[in-house]
Design a protein around this ligand. Structure first.
Ligand code: ADP
Ligand code: MG
Length: 490
């Protein structure tokens, strides 16, 4: 499926060098409650109002897995073409963070819920490429340290403590920052179709740790650095481009790359060292004694497979087959679930290519101008549909309809109201138009004569005059036909 590619191409890697990138993506599972507690996960809630005894790690409490979260992980793994493991297990990963009251994170290390799979993306040249998935596992999120609330203390908000995450680890198959961004876009769209993560990167619900290494072309893989917690497409691109160049400069200066965890400074556009890379044994992983292994029935997985929602690739094909859309338009519409939903809501038996053209053209233009997206569109799908109807039935010309669209966004009124208030309806009535044309021809007898003497290009002049006299509202087809008849009769 030709995924459209709105990101500008990345800064060039110098010839003779390869950049290799592998992503570890954290996606917050869309769920009403947490992975091992019944506390709510409502976004932007007041600090520490969604914290159970389990999330605060009080002594004597026991975690209990949330089946809804497990189902979301299974559905996601199916969408990634992964192999669901009938046996998986939860481990404790030990480390100290002030916002991690347990002193460990429950994660799946030795036995993740899914292994393998792939995501189909496009590379920077528009060629198809499969990016292999290493694994998908579930884990808990930590709380949040708030440093800017009090001048001499750090506040802790545990609302996020225990929220369910999926970590999706990819093989180092990417060879440019552009491919990394394309993978994130494709993945975000897939998660939204699946309904397993809202994909909101700004809120931190989808974020990536990006591993970057460089090598001289054809040489074995180089040492990688991991760039933590990137939560926008732009930052992913900038951080990779900066880091690849930094590593190349290091090597060219005779230095060796040390495996490191680095942070991207979004202000300065640079990465800097955070800590030397920890190893698995540093975390003292061991199976969580409070949780039995997670044993799944194949019948349960099959039942979830049956209920899988339509995925982007299928919807793309359906848009071509049932709506006769051009592949490029079908790709543009389905590459963003909200846009595809909008399209189908606006459709309501209208001509599909026409509705697609309005959404991808005038509506997108308007949203871009207002720096907003289709989810916050000031114009509802049914309202756009009604505007299209007015063009279709000859009330409005395309050009005036575009003005009406802008007016709809500003005033919040629907198209028929605006057309009436501003008296914009196209004049298609032959009697009315005929009288206007008679007047014009009478005023320009010299030009009528010239026209009959062979100056046929004057026809355009008469059309122009008719439009002027009607403030652009004359129906072009009717006006043309009437002009031809009346000139002939003169
Ligand atoms: P760890 O468990 O220590 O994080 P992994 O081997 O599981 O290490 O790799 C983590 C991530 O690093 C994966 O996404 C993988 O694709 C990526 N990666 C591994 N080797 C390289 C490399 N040489 N260059 C870039 N990325 C790499
Ligand atoms: Mg890792």
């Amino acid at each position: 499926m030709p995924t459209p590619n709105p990101t500008p191409s990345s800064s060039a890697i110098p010839p003779g060098w390869d950049v290799i990138i592998g992503l570890e993506v954290h996606a917050q599972i869309a769920s009403n409650s947490k992975l091992f507690s019944r506390a709510a996960t409502t976004p932007y809630a007041e600090a520490n109002t969604q914290v159970s005894f389990i999330d605060a790690a009080l002594p004597g409490v026991l975690p209990r897995p949330n089946q809804a979260c497990i189902n979301q992980a299974i559905i996601t793994a199916l969408g990634l073409n992964g192999n669901i493991q009938l046996y998986s297990r939860f481990d404790r990963k030990h480390y100290f963070y002030p916002d991690l009251p347990q002193g460990y994170q429950i994660s799946q290390y030795h036995h993740p819920i899914s292994l393998g799979g792939f995501v189909a993306i496009q590379d920077e040249n528009g060629n198809d490429k499969n990016v292999r998935v290493t694994r998908l596992h579930m884990e808990q999120d930590a709380g949040k340290s708030v440093h800017d609330l009090m001048p001499d203390a750090t506040a802790i908000d545990l609302n996020r403590s225990g929220v369910a995450l999926m970590e999706i680890v990819f093989e180092p198959d990417l060879t440019s920052s552009q491919q990394a961004v394309n993978l994130m876009r494709t993945l975000r769209n897939l998660l939204r179709y699946l309904g397993s993560c809202d994909g909101n990167m700004e809120a931190g619900n989808l974020r990536a740790d990006v591993n970057v290494s460089v090598r001289r072309s054809g040489a074995p893989l180089g040492t990688r650095c991991e760039l933590k917690n990137l939560n926008s497409m732009r930052f992913i691109q900038q951080a990779i481009d900066y880091e690849a160049q930094r590593q190349i400069d290091c090597i060219e200066n005779g230095e060796t790359i040390i495996q490191q965890t680095r942070l991207f400074d979004t202000q300065q556009g640079r990465t800097h060292a955070m800590r030397s890379k920890e190893e698995a044994h540093d975390y003292r992983y061991f199976p969580d004694p409070d949780l039995p292994p997670l044993v799944l029935e194949q019948t349960h997985i099959d039942a979830l497979k049956e209920q899988m929602p339509e995925l982007p690739q299928q919807r793309y094909q359906r848009f071509i087959d049932s709506y006769k859309l051009k592949p490029a338009d079908a790709a543009l519409l389905t590459s963003d679930k909200s846009t595809a939903d909008y399209f189908e809501n606006a459709l309501d038996n209208r001509d599909a290519p026409t509705v697609a053209r309005w959404i991808l053209g005038a509506l997108k233009g308007l949203l871009n101008k207002d720096n907003t997206d289709i989810d916050s569109s000031p114009i509802q799908p049914s309202a756009l549909g009604k505007l299209i109807d007015l063009v279709d039935n000859g009330t409005l010309s395309e050009r005036i309809a575009k003005d009406v669209l802008n007016d709809m966004a500003e005033s919040g009124e629907d198209a028929p109201t605006i057309v009436q208030r501003k008296n914009l309806a196209q004049i298609s009535d032959s009697d009315t138009l005929g009288k206007i044309i008679d007047t014009i021809l009478a005023q320009h007898q010299d030009k009528v004569a010239a026209y009959h003497n062979g100056k046929e290009q004057l026809f355009g002049f008469f059309v122009g005059e008719t439009m002027r006299a009607t403030q652009g509202k004359a129906n072009p087809q009717t006006a043309n036909a009437l002009l031809k008849d009346k000139l002939k009769a003169q």
